[in-house]
Design a protein. Structure first.
Length: 531
């Protein structure tokens, strides 16, 4: 029998990837939604408001409901805030999003703590209790602190509860909130915060706070803090902590660390990991694995060819992304940590997108396989950065990143970039061909005669997954006029469906062991390629 093939994907007909047309998330009329007000983008006079550092969460119990957060310059850089909004990506094309700012969430009168001048580094989550959570940094004129907010709807500025903590540090970098998505009554209210503070003496840490009651400890006080990083290397730079929850309630965190020259231990940039199999034990304190090196001494993106050719305001870091398989399928419990590694100058390609796979160990830390390369990028001059990773309800792993492969090889500065996607059906061992997600490239080059514009793209993008769908979100420059030195950038998102072969053996995943031989014998005979 002849193998059926889709012309547009060149993959077997029972293995498709469907990418919805991407769409803008932030309102071009600003968070007030009204045209001709100061928070608008105004293409007529070349005034654009930067939006970047997006994060996204998907509702664990309502298909298609997503919650996004991003840093928002609608009211200028000095009074930047964190935008947020919700959407149902299944209702229309493009789907409508709400757009609000956390600084507009009302606070009780003093002596209650008030919002400061600026917010940034947002994160968001939706718990198994159906609550929407958001976090970020809040600062100016007082020292930075972490904010935490929760709501039953995730949209509008009413009905939110807000707490602040951790004030007094020189930096409260990239707070991220992680919610247990299980509907189990013992777990559904568990929520976690990770962030990377640094004091005025450049002492860096990765911190964790856990709350079993939907964040009551951060809103009303009383939450405890724990350092996840090694206190014996306080001068090592620690950035970008990310976390996720396992199928039995395990909690895992990964982060970027770089030991400065002359400070022990040596080894340069590394990807670190810590966690616990029981964050809320029935008695006693949780037992953590302790900080462990997943990748030692690799080349980070900052200061290499990627930085040289992109020319953004801030360095591009090799911060990790993390996702855990909670599908109940064959690879249930797998931990996936993704990062981008800069290649040496003599290498044929500038960098690689890589994924590590960990298997949980109920009596100790996970065991890890060597990193697997995800990106194929002919032509080999292309650059990659800002990975995000997620696992869908069938145990399929998806990953996105910014990529310049659509750019000409002769362009060595202000390279145009897109978003690309790849997926794995076999627990991260092999990866699909890379698919372009963006409908148009972001071109950071100014128009002839215009001054160079070093765009602020932030430090991360996000992706979530539910059912058989992935929901990526990213910073995008396609609407920029190229005629202004103003900050620019919008938030874009889409939905990606990966539909593999039918689940012939009924084990809730599609794999080479039970399903592929049936498909092969029915449809193609020997030699049918794995997509």
């Amino acid at each position: 029998m002849t193998l059926l093939v889709h012309v547009w994907t060149l993959t077997p007909a029972f293995c498709q990837i469907w990418i919805e047309p991407d769409h803008q998330v932030n309102d071009p009329n600003g968070p007030d939604g009204d045209p001709n007000t100061p928070d608008d983008d105004n293409p007529l006079n070349g005034t654009y408001k930067a939006q970047f550092e997006p994060w996204i969460a998907v509702h664990p119990l309502q298909v298609g409901i997503v919650f996004g957060a991003w840093n928002d310059y609608s009211r200028t850089e000095e009074f930047r805030s964190d935008g947020f909004g919700t959407s149902n990506l299944n209702v229309s094309d493009p789907p409508p999003w709400t757009h609000d700012l956390v600084v507009d969430i009302p606070r009780p009168l003093p002596p209650a703590v008030q919002w400061q001048n600026a917010q940034g580094d947002p994160g968001c989550a939706i718990g198994g209790n159906r609550l929407f959570y958001q976090c970020g940094a809040d600062w100016g004129p007082d020292p930075l602190r972490v904010y935490f907010a929760r709501s039953a709807s995730g949209s509008g500025t009413q009905g939110w509860e807000v707490g602040f903590f951790g004030a007094g540090q020189g930096s409260e970098d990239t707070p991220k909130v992680i919610a247990d998505r299980s509907p189990n009554a013992l777990r559904m209210n568990r929520v976690y915060l990770v962030w990377a503070p640094a004091d005025q003496f450049a002492q860096h840490r990765v911190m964790l706070s856990m709350d079993p009651n939907s964040g009551d400890g951060w809103i009303y006080g009383g939450a405890s803090l724990r350092e996840l990083s090694d206190p014996n290397v306080p001068t090592a730079i620690k950035k970008g902590p990310v976390g996720d929850v396992g199928p039995a309630g395990e909690f895992y965190v990964a982060w970027f660390q770089r030991n400065e020259p002359g400070n022990p231990p040596p080894g340069g940039p590394r990807i670190m990991f810590n966690g616990t199999n029981a964050p809320f034990p029935g008695s006693g304190a949780p037992v953590f694995f302790g900080p462990r090196i997943l990748v030692a001494g690799f080349d980070s993106l900052d200061g290499g060819r990627t930085d040289d050719r992109t020319n953004f305001q801030d360095p591009l870091w090799s911060w990790p992304a993390i996702a855990v398989d909670t599908s109940g399928c064959r690879f249930n419990g797998n931990i996936y940590v993704a990062y981008v590694e800069e290649e040496p100058p003599q290498a044929p390609v500038p960098n690689r997108v890589k994924v590590l796979v960990g298997r949980p160990n109920p009596t100790g830390p996970p065991t890890w396989s060597p990193p697997v390369i995800v990106n194929w990028d002919a032509p080999g001059h292309s650059l990659q950065w800002f990975v995000a990773i997620a696992v869908d309800g069938k145990g399929r792993v998806g990953i996105i990143w910014h990529d310049t492969r659509q750019s000409d090889a002769e362009i060595l500065f202000f390279q145009p970039f897109d978003v690309y996607f790849a997926y794995s059906l076999d627990g991260g061992v092999t990866w699909s061909a890379n698919r372009r997600v963006t409908g148009a490239s972001s071109v950071p080059r100014p128009a002839p005669g215009q001054p160079p514009t070093a765009h602020k793209v932030g430090e991360y993008n996000g992706m979530a997954a539910s059912g058989q769908s992935f929901y990526p979100i990213w910073m995008d420059l396609r609407r920029w006029s190229h005629e202004s030195a103003d900050e620019a950038g919008d938030i874009f998102a889409t939905r990606i469906d990966v539909t593999a072969w039918p689940d012939f053996d009924g084990d809730c995943d599609v794999d080479l062991t039970g399903d592929y031989p049936v498909f092969e014998s029915c449809y193609s005979g020997d030699g049918n390629p794995f997509p």
